[in-house]
Write a protein that binds this ligand. Structure first.
Ligand code: SF4
Length: 198
């Protein structure tokens, strides 16, 4: 059932022309992961490598995020990984408001089908969208928040975007890499508590 819904959504996104990003994308990046994943990871938008191969978070910053997830005991294979918009904005700019609005039904449908317990909101754009705030990721990260979609509650944990971590590579305590690892470890602990044997 979930697989059917997500498979149809994926086909729809791959031939979608609901916003101007369709004109410049090579491949839509619908997302990947188990259809019954207990957690989702939602970034901002695909980059160049993702656009080329149609897979999320596989470029330099994605590899850094994946290695931190692995270190935190939260391997990416256990999560459903996607972005706020499914097509790459030119020059890797942030998605525009009208592009976010046009693509929002895909994300909402993904959440409704997967029904995750937890969403990792990666970077400013998803953190602000999920938490309905204009605050930045620096003040939002480090905590769990409750969100809701059509009476279905789930937790949100905002984390720094890995492209920011690439520009701030220090692994000293208190620096972005170290606090992101701590956020991912907290996410893993939350899932372990909620799902015995996770
Ligand atoms: S970004 Fe979303 S709404 Fe825009 S063309 Fe791609 S799939 Fe459609």
């Amino acid at each position: 059932m979930q697989a059917d819904i997500l498979s149809k959504l994926k086909s729809s996104a791959e031939s979608c022309y609901m916003c101007s990003l369709a004109e410049t994308r090579k491949k839509a990046v619908f997302g990947e992961g188990p259809f019954d994943a207990p957690a989702m990871l939602v970034g901002e938008a695909p980059g160049a490598d993702e656009d080329e191969l149609g897979r999320p978070f596989i470029g330099r910053s994605g590899r850094l995020l994946s290695s931190l997830m692995e270190e935190a005991g939260l391997p990416r294979e256990k999560l459903f990984i996607t972005n706020m918009v499914k097509c790459r904005p030119p020059e890797n700019r942030l998605p525009a408001r009208k592009e976010l609005e046009a693509c929002r039904p895909y994300l909402l449908a993904q959440i409704a089908a997967i029904r995750p317990l937890l969403v990792l909101a990666v970077g400013n754009v998803p953190a602000r969208a999920f938490l309905h705030t204009g605050e930045g990721i620096t003040s939002l990260r480090g905590k769990f928040y409750t969100a809701e979609l059509e009476d279905f509650p789930f937790m949100v944990r905002p984390v720094f975007h890995p492209s920011y971590l690439l520009r701030n590579r220090s692994v000293e305590e208190g620096k972005p890499v170290s606090v992101t690892l701590a956020d991912l470890q907290e996410a893993r602990k939350f899932l372990e508590k909620a799902i015995p044997g996770f």
